[in-house]
Design a protein around this ligand. Structure first.
Ligand code: AMP
Length: 223
């Protein structure tokens, strides 16, 4: 199963990709996570990407396509993968088609997650994660049961992404509408697109995505 989760920042792509990755035992490929790891490691790619990411812009197609081409070729992707945050431009989508073509693979489905803009800003500006296990929290919407202690691993150190602030969120949303939203039409034209209501509770969104995957695996097209 090769799945793309498409949607604006804060739509819940990462949350759903993680859950689906565990349920289907296929990796979550997040270009954002890979780029953050490159920035942390201080690699050449990380040095090129850092300032662009902090301003909410997009890293060049050349860099992210190279990262994904390498990652998709690794052994754990043999049974499929979940793309979270890639492709983000029409150029990336075309490169992905070519890449999958050379590997004789196809996309199973593209799921667009829709969420109202004000909700996205609220979600992103308040979110943070446990530095130990990566569990996600939010200042108002999802506090840990005990303040300052992770529910899952009892870790006490938390991190916030430098680009998760109100000003950068608006820049990221503009970039999403300009560069990434056209992919909705691109995949609709290919008969691959389905949409889920990303405002619904997390478990309901997962169920909706699973229902789409079941439809595609039985050969019934997108609705
Ligand atoms: P994300 O974690 O998906 O929100 O990505 C964080 C940041 O990484 C984005 O705002 C971009 O600067 C960069 N990034 C992640 N994925 C891509 C991509 N597919 N194309 C270009 N830039 C990306």
């Amino acid at each position: 199963m090769n799945l793309i989760l498409l949607g604006p920042p804060g739509a819940g792509k990462g949350t759903q990709a993680k859950l689906l990755s565990e349920a289907h035992r296929i990796p979550q490929l997040s270009t954002g996570d890979m780029l953050r790891a490159a920035v942390k490691a201080g690699s050449a790619i990380g040095k090129q990407a850092k300032a662009v990411m902090e301003s909410g812009g997009l890293v060049s197609d050349e860099i992210v396509i190279g990262i994904i081409a390498d990652r998709v070729s690794q052994a754990d992707c043999i049974n499929g993968f979940i793309l979270d945050g890639f492709p983000r431009t029409l150029g990336q989508a075309a490169a992905l088609d070519k890449l999958l073509g050379t590997k004789k693979k196809d996309l199973s489905a593209v799921v667009a997650m829709s969420v109202q803009d004000e909700e996205l800003v609220k979600r992103i500006a308040g979110r943070y994660t446990c530095a130990t296990c990566g569990s996600g929290y939010h200042d108002d919407m999802q506090k840990p049961r005990k303040a300052g202690v992770c529910d899952k691993c009892a870790g006490t150190t938390f991190t916030r992404r430098p680009d998760d602030n109100a000003e950068t969120v608006r820049a990221r949303l503009m970039v999403y509408y300009r560069e990434t939203a056209p992919l909705i039409g691109y995949y609709f034209a290919k008969g691959k697109l389905s949409t889920v209501d990303g405002m619904a509770p997390i478990g309901d969104v997962t169920k909706a995505i699973e229902a789409i995957l079941a439809r595609f695996s039985t050969g019934i097209k997108a609705k």
